[in-house]
Design a protein around this ligand. Structure first.
Ligand SMILES: [Zn+2]
Length: 631
């Protein structure tokens, strides 16, 4: 080597040698590193230097990884607090100051892991000179940089998906970043828990490993909730502008007037001072993380909680607006929006919906009279039928529906007989012709029927659905897992003539969750389920409607949530869901139907109306034999 390096090149070389050979300067924290070296590449501040001061709580999160003895940092929080940006800063710090093998795990390889790499990490590497220098040097030696693998001098970053065992099963890793852990698959077939697989990668580093776990929670007892409670449970405390009292923001201290989100303020728990949005963001700068469980057993775990009130990008008005919308949906019987709000705004888990509060005797207490000689009260404008098929009987439930999916149970019964023979099916065919006497003096036919064709007597059930297709008798099969209440049909061929019948899949988990939440409503209105004073609306019916609960079980530290039968028989629950699915398939505009029904009734002379048909044949009594004998 003959050329003499210019002073600037020597200086540059020295800095690089120092960074590689010597440990990072002990006084440089991750947030200080980020402020010095990271260029923001997304959002309104793109192109500027990262400023931890913009969201001051981020410093305590990132720097917790450098606290002596700490191996695992858990952040349980809402969406929107800068989670991904923090993850990028932590990875970047280790690339420059503490080079080691790094693994980032996203819930899926495609699109989430690829998205993290392409849109979050790589642009920052490109834009930030300190990082670019690290990667560029490696690139000249090794062309192995791909979307999911980035080589740098002293280590590499692998980006994997929790849905792929292959992407987790690589070499040992010192730094592990686990993003959105509550959205990981619980287990990989034949591999065990995804979290356990990822943790195994860090084993070789023992006490020198660093794990950053970030997620919005889902259910109480889910992964992030569980790990949060294993740590010291830090909350970000800020001083009240009025009295200086240090406190953490809490949802119960958010107050507003007249359902107007513009009036929302955060109140100081000590002096009741009303903190507005400008003050809320300003006092973050004087905030600090305080542990609420400092005396935990395992000092290697730090856990921190954040919710949307801490985000400088959010406003109290937005938080309250979304809450009011979720509350309205909940009042109508749909709790899913409220769950999402609790998870992603409050950063809190929801309690598993175990059906508590819907005890059978409570259902019986709220039975109501429908009226003399009336099968369907005024609110009903469509009638559907659900049929559960057993080897020795058919069980059915007749459900009336009105605007906003308020429903009325109209009739229930058992059609006894070996269902491999025609008799019970013939009785069901007769039942399809029954008309229901409406409070307005008209009669309502059965609009549609859902028949369970899974398990028992499949081909007889298909036969019946095929024969009665013109009467909108639908073949249905229940499937668990996250899926819509009714999916588009799959053609099903069966029998000698290979006839075709459309088979509709019902998302039983979604349907049961909706039904259980509606059954819990206590006031008539949208979604409410009405039960009449009738001999068939008895303890057995109430027990069956409340026969299943959503429970969470633990298996190797992973929660498994499923519906559990708490009573042996659940035919009426199934039948309600089949009737409801049949209604959804017809998708009637129920408020327009209600209006049409009123017009029809107004034009009908009650004197001249044909007498109502006999309401039900003698063999339709649930009291006859079957229920009594088995119950
Ligand atoms: Zn105060």
């Amino acid at each position: 080597m003959t050329a003499i390096a210019s002073p600037s090149q020597v200086e540059l070389l020295d800095r690089e040698v120092c960074a590689t050979v010597f440990p990072p300067p002990p006084d440089l924290t991750i947030s200080e590193f980020a402020d010095r070296e990271i260029i923001v590449t997304t959002g309104p501040l793109a192109g500027t230097h990262w400023q931890t001061a913009f969201a001051p709580y981020q410093a305590g999160i990132m720097n917790a990884l450098l606290e002596p003895g700490v191996e695992i940092v858990v952040v349980c929080g809402s969406a929107q607090w800068g989670k991904t940006a923090c993850a990028v800063c932590v990875v970047a710090y280790h690339m420059v100051h503490d080079p080691s093998p790094i693994l980032v795990v996203e819930p899926t390889v495609d699109p989430m892991a690829k998205d993290f790499s392409r849109n979050r990490l790589k642009p920052v590497i490109e834009a930030s000179p300190a990082l670019k220098a690290r990667v560029a040097k490696a690139r000249s030696r090794d062309a192995a940089n791909t979307t999911l693998a980035i080589q740098f001098s002293g280590g590499d970053v692998a980006i994997g998906g929790a849905n792929s065992a292959a992407s987790l099963a690589a070499r040992s890793r010192r730094l592990l970043v686990l993003d959105e852990v509550d959205r990981y698959p619980k287990e990989l077939p034949g591999e065990g828990s995804t979290l356990a697989i990822a943790f195994k990668r860090t084993q070789a580093y023992r006490r020198r490993r660093r794990i950053l776990m970030l997620s919005s929670p889902t259910l109480r007892g889910g992964p992030i909730d569980t790990w949060f409670h294993r740590g010291d449970q830090r909350y970000f405390h800020v001083p009240c502008p009025g009295c200086g009292h240090m406190h953490a923001f809490r949802w119960e201290n958010v107050r507003w007037t007249d359902d107007d989100p513009v009036t929302a303020r955060l109140h100081c728990p000590a002096c009741d001072y009303a903190i507005d949005d400008a003050e809320r963001v300003a006092i973050l700068a004087r905030g600090e993380w305080r542990a609420t469980k400092p005396d935990r057993d395992d000092r290697s775990i730090v856990s921190l909680h954040l919710w949307e009130a801490y985000s400088p990008l959010s406003s109290l008005r937005e938080i309250v607006t979304v809450f009011l919308r979720a509350r309205a949906a909940q009042k109508a019987g749909d709790r899913s929006e409220m769950h999402t709000w609790i998870n992603t705004t409050l950063g809190e888990p929801v309690e598993p919906d175990d059906g508590e509060g819907v005890e059978p005797h409570m259902l019986l207490l709220r039975r109501e009279p429908y009226g003399q000689d009336v099968d369907a009260p005024e609110g009903v404008c469509a009638v559907t039928l659900g049929v559960d098929v057993q080897d020795d009987r058919l069980e059915y439930l007749v459900v009336g529906a009105g605007p906003d999916e308020e429903t009325w149970l109209l009739d229930r019964g058992v059609l006894p007989g070996d269902t491999s023979r025609p008799e019970p099916w013939d009785m069901l065919a007769e039942l399809l012709d029954v008309e229901y006497r409406h409070a307005l003096g008209v009669t309502l036919p059965i609009l549609a029927t859902g028949v369970d064709t899974a398990g028992h007597r499949t081909s007889e059930a298909y036969d019946f659905c095929h024969r009665k297709a013109a009467r909108r008798v639908f073949a249905m099969i229940g499937r668990d897992g996250q899926r819509p209440i009714v999916s588009s049909p799959a053609p099903r061929r069966w029998g000698r003539g290979a006839r075709q019948v459309p088979l509709y899949t019902i998302g039983v988990d979604s349907a049961k969750a909706l039904f259980v939440s509606r059954l819990a409503l206590t006031e008539a209105g949208p979604g409410y389920v009405h039960i009449p004073h009738a001999d068939w609306a008895d303890e057995e019916l109430a027990a069956q409607l409340t026969s299943e609960r959503l429970v969470t079980r633990w298996h190797k530290g992973v929660p498994d949530t499923f519906w559990k039968k708490i009573r042996p028989r659940n035919e009426m629950l199934d039948a309600y869901i089949l009737a409801y699915a049949a209604l959804r398939l017809c998708n009637p505009k129920l408020d327009q139907w209600a209006e049409a029904l009123r017009q029809r009734a107004a034009g009908t002379d009650a004197q001249l109306a044909p007498p109502p048909p006999p309401r039900r044949a003698p063999w339709l009594s649930p009291r006859r034999g079957w229920l009594g004998r088995r119950g």
